[in-house]
Write a protein that binds this ligand. Structure first.
Ligand code: TMP
Length: 430
């Protein structure tokens, strides 16, 4: 049900006989960057699939190796195995969170598109999920929209919003169907946080080649490995995320394609995201200065990845100690937000219902199911103020400011937030 990945997905190393790319990273090359082949840099052992939320007694997708390999040639980092997408996405329950942070972000994204002279017109979204993002763009001046998503349940939700959706993985055929729906080449293609889930990047580029007209601009939003390393956000390492992308890796991937990296912009959403803007090589637009600026600043190396791994294991130990310490003092500890990240933390910390009683979540598809691996029950979001536990681990940490504001009563009644990756002193920050 999974296969090993022994070749870099971005540049083909070590199979390709291309010379090692110039290391443009701000840091010096270390021991790890001089090693041959793909280098193991972070290992969480055997883990469940992060979104395999299932009802009690339902069939589970099982456990798979979760290890990151670093490519010293193009600085891409990728998982050591690819889980069969039929297994990975069979019962997919990830739904784009309808948060204030997302609305703010879409406003900023829309601003970037306007800056590129792309107001109104049409948009195709790859990985359109439940259609919420396209619905937002339609309400903010985009005339025609169409989504493409492999999850049938989510496509149906998009259609209920009156957002047209092609129920398929993204390939040439899906691109052609989407074009028939919108009646022309789209002015914009958007792919938010799905690029590193894509099993075959060559097929993605072929699909984009079919979809993008001479003037189409493509916006690919991904987490930047640079920030992942800076903030030690190891909880974004799970089986759906096949790659931890760098600008160097994207350049390597596009090297022999009809597209080039035209612009790079950073945004604060999800603890730091990067939008890679692609144009056709035939475009007359010159590369935007932001590409060189961000590429020069990109500090990614095998040694940084190794340090990241050590730091991540310290964070895991710190959360395990914090929670087990509280439980042994008789406190009731719960989780807030059954994010995929929560699965990574919970399994890395080896928590069971003894440590985390339940996890509340706003997503109806997750409620009354169980967290993968630990079988911790997922409950409705009202549980926090109804049951007033002593402490709650905010596993939806990237939304913490709005959650804290929304759940004021919890703290007023004596509850304590434990927040992964937080830097504020007033909280129990991990
Ligand atoms: P995400 O980080 O992958 O978007 O997942 C966040 C999870 O947290 C998602 O399942 C929805 C949940 N959530 C809440 O339960 N309450 C909230 O206020 C927010 C913003 C998210």
């Amino acid at each position: 049900m999974y296969r090993e990945l022994s070749v870099c997905r971005a540049c083909g190393y070590p199979n390709s006989d291309l010379p090692t790319l110039k290391q443009t990273t701000a840091g010096a090359m270390g021991v790890y960057d001089r090693m041959d082949g793909l280098i193991p840099v972070f290992d969480l052992g055997i883990q469940p699939l992060a979104n395999d939320f299932a009802a009690k007694g339902d069939e589970r997708a099982g456990f798979y190796p979760l290890k990151v390999m670093y490519c010293p040639r193009c600085t891409n980092a990728q998982l050591s195995v690819v889980v069969d997408p039929g297994v990975l996405y069979r019962h997919y329950s990830y739904v784009t969170s309808p948060s204030e942070a997302l609305k703010r972000h879409l406003g900023q994204l829309s601003g970037l598109m306007t800056d590129e002279g792309l107001g109104g017109c049409s948009m195709v979204e790859i990985g359109s999920n439940d259609g919420a993002v396209l619905d937002w763009f339609r309400q903010h001046g985009t005339d025609v929209v169409c989504g493409i998503d492999p999850a049938t349940n989510l496509c149906n939700e998009a259609k209920a919003r009156k957002v047209s959706c092609v129920n398929s993985l993204f390939d040439v055929e899906a691109a052609t169907t989407a074009m028939k729906i919108i009646g022309d080449f789209p002015s914009r293609v958007l792919a938010r946080h799905c690029f590193c889930h894509i099993h075959d990047w060559k097929e993605f580029i072929a699909g984009l080649d079919a979809l993008a007209g001479p003037q189409t601009v493509t916006f690919i939003e991904v987490p930047h490995a640079h920030e992942l390393l800076d903030r030690v956000e190891f909880d974004t390492v799970y089986h759906e995320h096949l790659d931890y992308l760098s600008i160097g890796a994207m350049k390597a991937l596009l090297a022999n394609s009809p597209f080039y990296l035209y612009r790079v912009e950073k945004f604060p959403i999800h603890g730091g995201s990067m939008v890679l803007v692609l144009r056709r090589r035939s475009s007359t637009q010159k590369e935007h200065p932001s590409v060189a600026e961000h590429y020069e600043r990109e500090d990614i190396s095998g040694d940084r990845w190794r340090v990241f791994g050590e730091h991540a294991h310290r964070k895991i130990a710190a959360l395990a100690k914090e929670v087990t310490g509280r439980v042994s003092r008789g406190e009731r500890v719960v989780g807030y937000g059954a994010s995929a990240k929560s699965t990574v933390w919970i399994n890395a910390c080896k928590f069971t219902t003894k440590e985390i009683k339940w996890i509340s979540d706003t997503t109806p598809q997750k409620q009354y199911k169980q967290s993968p691996g630990s079988n911790i029950p997922i409950v409705d979001p009202g549980s926090l103020t109804r049951e007033l536990p002593d402490a709650a681990v905010c596993f939806a940490w990237s939304y913490f400011p709005e959650i804290q504001a929304k759940e004021r009563l919890f703290v007023e009644k004596g509850g304590t937030w434990i927040v992964p990756h937080a830097e504020r002193n007033a909280l129990v920050a991990i």
